[in-house]
Design a protein around this ligand. Structure first.
Ligand SMILES: Cc1cc2nc3c(=O)[nH]c(=O)nc-3n(C[C@H](O)[C@H](O)[C@H](O)COP(=O)(O)OP(=O)(O)OC[C@H]3O[C@@H](n4cnc5c(N)ncnc54)[C@H](O)[C@@H]3O)c2cc1C
Length: 510
């Protein structure tokens, strides 16, 4: 009989873990509290529109490519990836016209030079360093299990630390190369993808600019849901069983060994348990106190990535003013970061993001209509009543109408749904309603992030955005590989290879 694995949650990390372990011969069952798979990468349909609920930026195509090839699949057999040109459009409070970024450095340099003459010389050096950081991190750092301090001080990591100023803040680092506040904002905003602020994040994250400017921005035709649909179907093909609409209520531990879970007042036994559910939730609500690794104080002293005020809008008109990805940057930039990390109210003068996938993909909206996903980052744990939500929605729609010249936006809305921090808590058991999980500042990265293996329960593992390496769909695919390594006794820090997995020869049960 094969070893039984229970995966709690079917987010990116849960699906990826289920695929890897099922391919190795484990008998895998995924238990999901919601009605379908994908976690934050879920999807819903209404009035002919199809809305991706969370991720909308397909970045780091190399990480997806590596994962799919590892499991013996071609991405192109599952979905068609389109490179977005332009990559995104930005409206800034201090500029009368929007800026368009293309991920083509020759074109983007014209924009940068118009904002700060002569700056390209420095930006080229900055981006070259960013590329080196990305490559070194990818090949030696982010796939590490971070079992112990030695993972942090080995040769490759010391090279990274000594060669580049990785510890100083990203904001200070950018300041060395660029003086234009507008270019600084453009280089800083991708930090929001990691749920952190450029004033708190280490300079190593300038690698995000390599990802953005050099690698480009992609979109799977049919929606981001294609990523999750394909992973679900690959998992099913490999024999993974799925149980939906079933929240796990407890992990049963016997003699420091997890032996099963309780769902619907019944016990399901298992040899290994991997939790893809929120780390804080799993520790605090699924485990007895003596099996928790972290105290209440630990969790309350963490910095959480912001929550979000999200509008899913179905619009009965096309808006050519919008590109696929659109950003608005407010002029009180530094304050807007403190507002989304520490404030107890909705931000007064917010920076925000609009995704209009129907600009690229006619399948996600009825003919002649636009599908808009509007995300305003907000602080976590906000207490919002209906009136506050209604007023804020109105404020944002009015702002979009004026700033982006979206004439008649309000009257053209034929469908809308609002999603806030409360929904994140209820829907995903997210700690304090965080949209992304634990922020990725220096003290919550690598060895300092909650680990993929429990130190208290022998065969309990964690996968997803709250553990190593961190936030984002590509990172969760890597997280699953780290869990795979831990379960199968692979100790190196490099990307998992076919040599490690030997899937093609592993028809036998484990
Ligand atoms: C608004 C938004 C925008 C984003 N944009 C991007 C982007 O553009 N690009 C990108 O790469 N990433 C983006 N991200 C981040 C990315 O979506 C996440 O980092 C990633 O999807 C998290 O995956 P995960 O493996 O941690 O699991 P999650 O998606 O957190 O899924 C965890 C699953 O566990 C389930 N669960 C919880 N409790 C239980 C229980 N008791 N029993 C059973 N199941 C349970 C939940 O229902 C959920 O399905 C975005 C996220 C959000 C919210």
């Amino acid at each position: 009989m094969s070893k039984r694995v229970l995966v709690i949650g079917s987010g990116a990390g849960g699906l990826a873990t289920a695929i890897l372990l099922s391919k190795k011969g484990y008998d895998v069952t995924v238990i999901e509290k919601n009605e379908s798979f994908g976690g934050r990468g879920g999807v819903f349909k209404a009035k002919g529109f199809q809305f991706d609920m969370g991720p909308s930026w397909y970045l780091m195509p190399d990480i997806f490519e590596h994962f799919f090839s590892l499991i013996g699949e071609n991405i192109s057999d599952h979905f068609h990836l389109k490179r977005l040109v332009p990559s995104y459009k930005i409206w800034l409070e201090e500029l009368s016209k929007p800026i368009v970024m293309t991920s083509d450095i020759d074109k983007d340099s014209l924009t940068f030079e118009s904002l700060e003459p002569g700056v390209m010389k420095n930006i080229k050096i900055y981006l070259h360093e960013a590329k080196r950081k990305y490559e070194i991190s990818k090949n030696t750092f982010i796939y590490k299990p971070f079992n112990n301090i030695f993972d942090l001080i080995d040769k490759s990591t010391i090279f990274l630390w000594s060669k580049f100023s990785v510890i100083s803040s990203l904001n200070k680092h950018i300041n060395l190369f660029v003086k234009s506040p507008i270019i600084q904002k453009i280089l800083q905003y991708p930090l929001l993808f990691l749920g952190t602020s450029p004033y708190k994040a280490p300079a190593v994250y300038s690698l995000m600019n390599h990802i953005d400017f050099k690698m480009g921005v992609f979109y799977p035709m049919g929606g981001m849901t294609k990523i999750f649909e394909s992973m679900y179907s690959i998992a099913k093909k490999n024999g993974v069983k799925f149980i939906f609409n079933t929240p796990v209520k407890k992990i049963i531990v016997d003699g420091k060994k997890a032996v099963g879970v309780i769902v619907n007042n019944k016990t399901i036994s298992s040899d290994i348990i991997v939790s893809n559910a929120d780390y804080h939730f799993t520790e605090t609500y699924l485990l007895d106190r003596k099996y928790r690794q972290f105290s209440k104080n630990f969790w309350n002293s963490r910095t959480l990535a912001p929550s979000g005020f999200i509008l899913y809008l179905g619009i009965k008109k096309k808006y050519k003013e919008l590109e696929h990805h659109n950003l608005f940057f407010s002029s009180n930039w530094k304050k807007s970061f403190s507002q989304i990390f520490y404030n107890e109210n909705l931000p007064k003068n917010p920076s925000y993001y609009i995704c209009a996938p129907s600009r690229t993909d006619i399948s996600v909206a009825p003919k002649g209509c636009e599908n808009l996903f509007v995300l305003v980052p907000t602080a976590t744990n906000l207490k919002l009543n209906d009136d506050m939500i209604k007023k804020y929605r109105k404020k944002i729609i009015l702002h979009m109408t004026k700033t982006m010249n979206l004439k008649g936006l309000e009257k053209n809305i034929i469908f809308e749904r609002i999603f806030t921090g409360d929904n994140f808590s209820k829907y995903y058991n997210a700690f304090k309603g965080t949209a992304l999980g634990l922020s990725q500042n220096l003290m919550q990265t690598a060895i300092f992030r909650p680990k993929t293996k429990s130190s208290k329960v022998k065969n309990l593992y964690y996968v997803g955005a709250n553990t190593n390496p961190g936030i984002g769909v590509p990172m969760c695919l890597i997280s699953a590989q780290i869990v795979y390594k831990r379960i199968n006794g692979i100790t190196h820090g490099k990307p998992l290879s076919n040599f490690d997995t030997n899937f093609t020869n592993s028809n036998e049960k484990v």
